[in-house]
Design a protein around this ligand. Sequence first.
Ligand code: SF4
Length: 343
Amino acid sequence: MGDFSSLIQDWYMENKRNLPWRNHQDPYLIWLSEIILQQTQVVQGLSYYEKFSQKYPTVKHLAKADQDEILNLWQGLGYYSRARNLHFAAKQIVTEFDGNFPTTYDNIIKLKGVGEYTAAAISSFAFGLPKAVVDGNVYRVLSRIYQIDTPINSTNGKKEFQALANELIDHQNPDIHNQAIMELGALVCKPNNPNCETCPVHQKCESFANKSFNSFPVKLKKVKVKNRFLNYIVVQNNGNTLLRKREGKGIWQGLYEFPMIESTESVDKVDYFKNLNQDKLILSHRTKHLLTHQKLEVSFWVYQDDYSLNITDFKKIKNDSIRNYPVPQVIARYIEESHFFKR
Ligand code: SF4
């Protein structure tokens, strides 16, 4: 075992957080936790992990579940493709691997939604395979220790950091090594104000010696954020409303929404239905919503009328059953605040 690995492992054994998915080697539960924790803070992910692992204790339970039910349980975590991929991959395990979680890195990475990081995490945590993980924490720790200025979101950067992580991994205890380096990034080598004085590897750290840790890691500039204007028509008639499932490849695929028209700018009138009576259309709420590369202005227009309920490509539902349908977070918030959908 290298000196670096032994230092971080000793530190980890003393300082690790007690997280539920660290107390076993069940590959299914480890996978579940890893997918939930992608783009999600541990504190927020914990309750979702509890809900999912209780409701679907095995991969077979998850494979058999209804997708709407899964998306409903996922509501609030965002990045819904993770939930859809989770469901797809559970079915893949049942059909392609006879219901047994795959045991090799090459098979694990075939699962939908599983990339190099997640495959390495499951391989090492559940099966003790010497596969090095490289996540945001690892990029930060390694770039600072060795003052590597290759952008971490470039193709070269990804290769360089993966190669270095592979060199450093402890082949005897790859699981503890991987957990240790990520935990060091999460608890000590934090993005702002790292606790260098208490860091177990500060004597080896070049950016500590040079006080240059704020310059690492280096990232390429982000892609431009796109502005979009979504107008939802909240049709109301005798305690009913209209919903439709979003299909296609865009955002919120598989979730439900009210009839929607997108405008190129913020508008004070919308024209969705043929013969829509503008006098009956009232702007009820307007809000901003941020996605990774999109800035949304979302407007909810209430329309009280019989006529619109005849629109055939929408589902007519009772207002009080709306919570049975998985919806994007911005719509869920509107539903909670609107008096039409009071519990
Ligand atoms: Fe990070 Fe500071 Fe430790 Fe270097 S010494 S790895 S900058 S916490």
